[in-house]
Design a binder for this molecule. Sequence first.
Ligand code: GLU
Length: 395
Amino acid sequence: MTHPLSDRISSLPVSQTLAMAAKARELKGQGIDIISLSLGEPDFNTPDFIKDAAIEAIKQDYNSYTPVDGYVELKEAICTKFKRDNDLVYQPNQIVVSTGAKQSIANVAQVLLNPGDEVLLPAPYWVSYSAIAILCEAKFVEIPSSIDDDFKITPAQLEAAITPKTKMVFFNSPNNPSGSIYSEKEYRALAAVLEKHPQIYILSDEIYEHINYGVKPFSFAAIENMFDRTITVNGLAKAFAMTGWRIGYLGAPEWIAKACTKMQGQITSGTNCIAQRAAITAVLAPVEKVQYMVDEFETRRDLVLELLGEIEGFKLNIPEGAFYVFPDISAFFGKTVNGIKIENANDFSLFLLEKANVATVTGDAFGAPNCIRMSYAASVVQLKEAIQRIKDAVS
Ligand code: GLU
């Protein structure tokens, strides 16, 4: 039976990251020993000093509705953070706190995009960018890259993708899923192209900022003449192991921030009060306080690269940030492996789930059909076991 759902929801793809995580959970629930490398979620606990701040907020009776755009103390703390880490000078009226960076991004898209506008997505890109564009009835245009270019696009590619209908471009560095980081020089070269097209707004998703292995990411809005056209999105989920707390935020020109507040005021209102109070402590904490997690991720990255590098058919780049590897596995296409015909990345990801009991995410969901994404935000024991299983399954 077909239910009378709207065209809007019918045309929306399911989030493949969340779908794969749900599938892994379901199989585990059936007693199957699945190792899930699907979801981008730190396996650490939220640090105690942040938990303490939340407990204190509960004791102090923070229980009422919050201002739609966030507590003023939190917005001030975010301004301090932007100045400290990114050399960006935002005022509190340019900050909007949301229920996760995902909502920040959705807000921006909703307030800037009209049906038919074009959104440029350098691929690979995070799965929800394209879905959010679809919800706005905008057209997303992929700009492909490959593992040989370290999954980065060139200024010439950007220029070629721009049309009079282009309204936005999404940048994400460190990148989910490739882990690549654009240098200041590379970003400036892309900005030089955008300078010629003043109708284009830039969304810079910097959620993986602190998870980098020695290469400090550069904020796009720090390019002088890009500041007034850039929306900088960040949040607490990844670096502070606070995925479930749902705190994201943006810094933007005031007129965009105001529009996002208006949108949020009709959809969800202000973000959870306890999480916001704890976020003040997290945002103001010296980054060194969470460095132990980053160091651990780096050790795991090196381990995963070494072990996967031993498997024929896995082509790897060296991710400089985030906690994913994004191997090109197209060498398996057209082959029958362990009795299963592999035509594409989707088949390969399902093959790994079935034959190795390892959950990954197909690169198709990220606009990179030759690859699969594996998160190494899992224990060393699990990572070793997962890769051994993969090795056995493909050998
Ligand atoms: N951003 C994370 C990921 O890519 C969490 C899941 C999601 O929201 O997509 O796995």
